[in-house]
Design a protein around this ligand. Structure first.
Ligand code: ADP
Ligand code: MG
Ligand code: MG
Length: 749
C-alpha cells in the first residue's frame, strides 16, 4: 500500500516546485540509513504476505453486481484493535479503490513461531489432522481428495474466531497455547490466517455484500458499476475519466486521489491504457469502441447541456485516442483498482537482501504467468491474462517529451514496471539494458561509500518526481527520518522492491518485496504461491542457486508472461546450467529419484558468471519445465544441454535435507502439488477458468463483450467458491461442462 503520511497534500504545481528538495533530502536520508544499517544483521527469517480484497454488492433483482464503496466504514472497525495497541491476528490498510481493503498477518511470520503463529497452529491443528491424515501415504491425489468440506470449515473458522476477542485481538489464553513447532511450521498457519482475514471482513458485511479475492472487477468502468451509484464528471475532479468516477477512489486518505490527480496533471492529460481485444468469432473487425455509448453518466441526474458537453468530450477523446482492436481506459483506477498478492522477506543482512532481490527477479515473469488472473477489463475479454501492463499504463506520469526523448532525457518505462538492474556487485554483468539514472545522485552516493550497484539502483528510482507531498512533513531531520526517501521509493512500483530499514525503525532488517503475482481465487491457492516463493528463497540461499539470466531476457519474459494462456503456450528464457556446492551435489547424486539424472547433468557443466558466457547461459523452457523439470533422458556419457531439474524437484531435495516433522512435510507437499499441477496445466489459472466461464455462458455472443448478467453469474459462483459452498474442483467441473456443451453445440454449423 505504500507510505501513508498525514496532512494536507500540496497541489501539483507546489509539489513540482518541491520535487528537487524531496529528492535531495531523500538521497541524504538513504545515505544516512545505509551507513547506519549496512552492518545490521537479523537472525530469523521473517516474511509476510499482503492480500487485497474487493467489497462487492449483488443486486439479485436486476442481476447486477457492483463494487461497494464501503472500505472506509469497514476499515474503521477492522483497524480498531490495532489502534488500541492490541496484538492482532491481522492488520488492515486502505487501498486505491473505495471498494478495496488490504489485509496482512498481524505480525510477519518467522522461522521461530511467535505467539500468534502458535495460536494459529493450534487452531489449525485439528483441521489439518482431519484434512491430511487420510493421504499421508499418497500425496499424489491430495488436491483432489482434500478439498475443504464446507461444514467442517465453517465450524473451524468459528472455532478460530471464538478464540479471539473483538474479532481480531488475541486472547491471552489463545496466545499462550502451546504447540510443537519446527522450522517451516509456519506453513501450517498461512492459509488459516488468510481464512481468518476473510472471515473478519465477511462478519462486517451488509446483506448481499461479499468480499472476493479477484484481480480486476470485470465491470469496472461500465455503466453504474458502483454502490452507491456514482457517475463521472470528465471536466473536473481527480480522474476526469469517461468511465471511472472519483467516488470509486478511497476517500479516507488524501494520498490516493492526489496520486490520481498529480499523475494526470504531470503528464498533462488523462492516462491512456490500451489492451488488445480478444478476437472471437463475432467480434467486429476491426473492433472499434463507441466512447459516447460507454460514457458512465447518469442521464437522469444531469441536464441536457451537461450531457451534450460530456458527449462532446467523449467524441473528441474517441477521435484522438481510440485504437482499432483495443480496449481503452483512461484512469488510474483501472490499474490501481485491481487487487494483488505480494510477499515481503527479511534477509539476514544487506548482501543477502541484494542476493534475493537479484535471484527472484528472473522468477517474476514465471510467477506472473503461473498466477494469471485478469482476462476481463471494462466488460470486455482482452487478449492478455495479467493486470501488469494495465497498472503500468494507469500510473504512467511521463510527459510526451520524456517518452520520446525529443527535448529531454528519454525515460523508457512507466514508474510501475519491471526492474532494470540487478543490484549485487557480482551480478552487474547481467545488466544489459539501458538504465536511466541521475548521475549527480549516483556520484553523491558513491562519494558516501554506497556500493555502485546499489547507488545506481537508487539513482534510477530518483529520476521520478514525488507525486504526493504533505506540507507538514516537508521539514524533517534527515538523520532520524526517511520519509522523503520513502516518498520516491514507494511510488516506484516495480516487480521487486529493495526495502532498507526505515531510519525511524532501524530494528527492522533489510527486506525485499516480491510484487509480480496475481491474486488467486482461493486462500489455498494464495497460500500455495506464498509458500512456494518462501521456499524458493530458502532454496536459493541454501544451495547458493544462481538463476540469473541477462536482464533483457527477463524483460522479454515479462511481455510474454502477460499474454493469453502464456502458461500453456509460451516459452520463457531460463538459466541453462545451475551449479550446486560439492556437498549438495554428492547428497543429490546418491538419491534415487526422477530428476537425479538431470541433476547430475547439471553438475557436469557448472555455471560460469563471466561475461562471455552470459549470452549463452539461457534456454527457452515452458513453465511446466521450469517448475516440474524438463523431460530429458540423459544417457550415461552424453550431456543433454539445456535440461533443468525443475524448481519443485529441487525444493524436494532441499526439504529432504532439512529436518521437518511429518505433518509439516505433508502440508508442504499439498501446496507444492498444487503449484506442480498448475504448471502442468492440470489446474487452470483463474484467467483460464474465467474465460471458459464467459465463453460457456448462455448469454455470451462470441463478440468479446462480457455483459453485466455474465459478470453477476460469474461472481456469484466465485462467491460460492470463496465461502466454501462449492469446491474449486466442483467449480472447474461445472465450468468445463457449460463450456463443452456450448462449444460442442456450436461446432456443427
Ligand atoms: P508495503 O511496503 O507493501 O506497504 P508493509 O511493509 O506494510 O508493506 O508490509 C508488507 C508485508 O511485510 C506484511 O505482510 C508484513 O507482515 C511483512 N513484514 C513486516 N515487517 C517485516 C519484516 N521485518 N520482515 C519481513 N516481513 C515483514
Ligand atoms: Mg497493496
Ligand atoms: Mg506491498
Amino acid at each position: 500500500m505504500g507510505l501513508l503520511s498525514v496532512g494536507e497534500p500540496l497541489s501539483w504545481p507546489e509539489t513540482k516546485s518541491y520535487a528537487e528538495y524531496i529528492r535531495e533530502h531523500g538521497i541524504k536520508q538513504f545515505i544516512n540509513l545505509y551507513n547506519l544499517c549496512k552492518t545490521k544483521t537479523s537472525e530469523v527469517l521473517k516474511f509476510g504476505d499482503e492480500i487485497e480484497y474487493m467489497i462487492l454488492k449483488f443486486d439479485d433483482q436486476s442481476k447486477k453486481v457492483r463494487v461497494s464503496n464501503r472500505a472506509i466504514e469497514l476499515l474503521k472497525i477492522l483497524q480498531e484493535p490495532e489502534e488500541n495497541g492490541q496484538d492482532c491476528v491481522s492488520l488492515w490498510r486502505p487501498e486505491f479503490g473505495a471498494y478495496m481493503v488490504e489485509g496482512t498477518p498481524g505480525q510477519p511470520y518467522s522461522m521461530n513461531p511467535t505467539p500468534l503463529e502458535q495460536y494459529l497452529m493450534t487452531a489449525n491443528h485439528d483441521q489439518q489432522q482431519d484434512s491430511y491424515s487420510a493421504s499421508n501415504n499418497d500425496n499424489i491425489n491430495m488436491m483432489n481428495e482434500h478439498n475443504y468440506n464446507a461444514e467442517d470449515d465453517d465450524k473451524n473458522v468459528e472455532d478460530d474466531a471464538s478464540m479471539m476477542d473483538n474479532n481480531n485481538k488475541l486472547t491471552s489464553s489463545s496466545s499462550s497455547s502451546s504447540s510443537s513447532s519446527t522450522p517451516f511450521s509456519f506453513v501450517n498457519v498461512i492459509e488459516a490466517n488468510m481464512r481468518l482475514r476473510r472471515k473478519q471482513v465477511i462478519d462486517l458485511l451488509n446483506e448481499n455484500e461479499t468480499i472476493l479475492s479477484i484481480s480486476p472487477f470485470p465491470s469496472l468502468g461500465t455503466f453504474d458499476f458502483c454502490e452507491p451509484s456514482s457517475f463521472v464528471h470528465p471536466t473536473y475532479g481527480y480522474s476526469r475519466s469517461l468511465f471511472f468516477p472519483d467516488e470509486a477512489i478511497y476517500t479516507g486518505h488524501p494520498r490516493f486521489r492526489t496520486l490520481a490527480n498529480n499523475i494526470r496533471e504531470r503528464r498533462g492529460r488523462n492516462v491512456d491504457i490500451y489492451l488488445p481485444i480478444f478476437r472471437d468469432q463475432n467480434t467486429s473487425s476491426p473492433f472499434r469502441e463507441n466512447f459516447v455509448d460507454s460514457l458512465n453518466i447518469d442521464p437522469t441526474s444531469i441536464d441536457d447541456e451537461e450531457k451534450e458537453k460530456y458527449e462532446e468530450i467523449a467524441r473528441e477523446r474517441e477521435r484522438i485516442f481510440r485504437k482499432d482492436d483495443h480496449i481503452y481506459m483512461d484512469a488510474m483506477g483501472f490499474g490501481m483498482g485491481c487487487c494483488c498478492l505480494q510477499v515481503t522477506f527479511q534477509a539476514s543482512n544487506i548482501d543477502e537482501a541484494c542476493c534475493l532481490y537479484d535471484q527472484l527477479a528472473p522468477l517474476c515473469p514465471i510467477m506472473m504467468a503461473l498466477s494469471a488472473a485478469s482476462p476481463i477489463f471494462r466488460g470486455f475479454l482482452s487478449d492478455i491474462d495479467c493486470r501488469w501492463s494495465v497498472i503500468a499504463q494507469s500510473v504512467d506520469d511521463r510527459t510526451e517529451a520524456e517518452i520520446t526523448g525529443k527535448s529531454c532525457r528519454r525515460i523508457p518505462k512507466s514508474r510501475f514496471d519491471s526492474i532494470d538492474l540487478y543490484i549485487s556487485r557480482q551480478n552487474v554483468d547481467y545488466n544489459d539494458i539501458d538504465v536511466v539514472y541521475d548521475e549527480r545522485y549516483y556520484q553523491q552516493m558513491i562519494d558516501n561509500q554506497i556500493p555502485s550497484s546499489i547507488a545506481k539502483h537508487i539513482a534510477h528510482l530518483f529520476i521520478r518526481d514525488p507525486l504526493v507531498i504533505f506540507k507538514e512533513k516537508l521539514d524533517i531531520d534527515d538523520t532520524k527520518e526517511s520519509d522523503h526517501f520513502e516518498n520516491i521509493q514507494s511510488t516506484n512500483w516495480q516487480t521487486m522492491r529493495f526495502k532498507p530499514p526505515p531510519l525511524s525503525q532501524p530494528e527492522i532488517g533489510w527486506r525485499v518485496e516480491f510484487r509480480p503475482m496475481e491474486l488467486q481465487l482461493t486462500d489455498r491457492e494464495n497460500a500455495a504461491l506464498v509458500i512456494f516463493v518462501v521456499l524458493l528463497t530458502r532454496l536459493i540461499l541454501s544451495f547458493n542457486l544462481n538463476l540469473l539470466i541477462p536482464m533483457s531476457k527477463v524483460e522479454e519474459n515479462m511481455k510474454v508472461a502477460q499474454e493469453r494462456d502464456a502458461l500453456k503456450h509460451k516459452r520463457f528464457w531460463f538459466r541453462r546450467n545451475i551449479s550446486f556446492p560439492q556437498n549438495i551435489r554428492e547428497h543429490l547424486r546418491v538419491r534415487r529419484c526422477r530428476a537425479s539424472k538431470q541433476l547430475s547433468h547439471c553438475f557436469a557443466s557448472c555455471s560460469d558468471r563471466s561475461a562471455k558466457n552470459i549470452e549463452t547461459c539461457c534456454v527457452q523452457l515452458t513453465i511446466d519445465e521450469i517448475i516440474n523439470g524438463t523431460d530429458i533422458d540423459v544417457n550415461d556419457d552424453g550431456i543433454h544441454d539445456g535440461g533443468f531439474p525443475g524448481l519443485i524437484p529441487l525444493l524436494n531435495f532441499y526439504l529432504d535435507s532439512v529436518e521437518i516433522d511429518a505433518e509439516t512435510r505433508c502440508t508442504l507437499n499439498l501446496y507444492l502439488r498444487l503449484i506442480s499441477r498448475r504448471a502442468k496445466g492440470e489446474l487452470p489459472t483463474a484467467a483460464q477458468l474465467i474465460r471458459r466461464f464467459v465463453i460457456g455462458h448462455e448469454d455470451y455472443q462470441n463478440d468479446s463483450r462480457v455483459s453485466s448478467k455474465i459478470v453477476y453469474d460469474l461472481l456469484k459462483q466465485l462467491d460460492q467458491l470463496q465461502t466454501d459452498q462449492i469446491t474449486l474442483e466442483q467449480l472447474i467441473t461445472n465450468i468445463n461442462q457449460h463450456f463443452n456443451n456450448k462449444t460442442q453445440t456450436k461446432t456443427p454449423d
